[in-house]
Design a protein around this ligand. Structure first.
Ligand SMILES: Cc1cc2nc3c(=O)[nH]c(=O)nc-3n(C[C@H](O)[C@H](O)[C@H](O)COP(=O)(O)OP(=O)(O)OC[C@H]3O[C@@H](n4cnc5c(N)ncnc54)[C@H](O)[C@@H]3O)c2cc1C
Ligand code: FES
Length: 257
């Protein structure tokens, strides 16, 4: 069930340069069905900005009805979210979309989670759930530079975690795609910038790969067509998919990146 409600902000802190961790208590946490789902946040009480901002659920605790989001303060909307303080109410719609499938990898098999920048947050709950299931979890986390690095220790608790930075100021210098070649895996889950997703998809055509896409969104619930992308399988009859309601997670090849 999708709910629109006023959640309560429990905490908000900056965990890296312009990267914020926001914890919210809300009834809709009870309805989260898979890691990789997202919420749509109303950032102002007025008409401007009008559109909600989509942000992934990074982790959640159903018992405490709490979820944590991690977002980058980039434009007007996220700057307004960054000004919100503990105790304030926040207008959220969710949980939205279809998340990562956990049943594609079995106990004892290896899952490789590859995140780029602000695509990393939804992989954290996925890592927690796969590790709890008994899957061997490996992570490659790519950041632009040292000041942008977050959650290295959190991911490390679940398995090997390799950090890369584009400029080499922390971890290994270079792109996450360079490191993938060094690791074996049964299933790969990824979220990040489109060029990274495309390189992964093209590099491993014979492997089980799931990608989470980011598209500009309007309604977030499949009604406005703002987020359509072309289907990768014309034979299926459908020529497009909606990232908000068919995704944001797709099997590699399902949509054209
Ligand atoms: C399913 C999904 C999950 C996301 N999860 C996260 C997350 O966990 N953490 C995080 O930091 N960001 C996430 N994003 C991206 C985030 O929604 C944008 O960074 C944010 O909307 C930017 O808003 P702004 O007003 O600050 O920036 P502006 O650039 O001022 O936004 C202008 C408009 O463009 C849209 N927009 C801008 N960039 C994006 C983008 N990359 N994707 C979609 N819409 C965009 C905004 O919704 C807005 O309508 C996610 C996006 C999607 C689609
Ligand atoms: S955002 Fe409206 S259909 Fe996807």
């Amino acid at each position: 069930m999708i709910r629109k409600e006023l959640g309560k902000i429990i905490s908000q802190k900056e965990i890296a340069a312009d990267i914020y961790e926001l914890t919210i208590r809300a009834e809709l946490v009870e309805d989260i069905s898979a890691p990789g789902q997202f919420v749509h946040i109303r950032v102002s009480n007025g008409m401007d900005p009008l559109l909600r901002r989509p942000v992934s659920i990074s982790s959640f605790n159903k018992k405490g009805k709490q979820m944590t989001l991690i977002y980058r303060k980039s434009g007007r909307g996220t700057s307004l979210i960054a000004e919100m303080e503990p105790g304030m109410e926040i207008d959220i719609l969710g949980p939205l979309g279809n998340g990562f499938p956990l049943d594609e990898v079995s106990i004892g098999e290896t899952a490789l989670l590859v995140g780029g920048g602000i695509g990393i947050p939804p992989l954290y709950e996925l890592s927690n759930q796969l590790a709890a299931k008994g899957v061997h979890v490996l992570h490659i986390l790519g950041f632009p530079t040292e000041s942008a690095v977050f959650y290295e220790q959190e991911f490390s608790k679940n398995g090997l975690t390799i950090v890369t930075t584009d400029d080499g100021t922390y971890g290994r210098k270079g792109f996450v795609t360079d490191i993938i070649k060094e690791l074996g895996f049964d299933c790969l889950y990824t979220c990040g910038p489109a060029p990274m997703l495309k390189a992964i998809e093209q590099g491993y055509p014979d492997k089980k790969v799931f990608l989470s896409l980011e598209e500009r969104m309007g309604c977030g619930i499949g009604a406005c067509f703002a987020c359509v992308c072309q289907s990768g399988n014309a034979a299926s009859g459908a020529s497009y998919k909606k990232v908000c309601s068919d995704g944001p997670v797709f099997r590699a090849g399902e949509v054209l990146i």
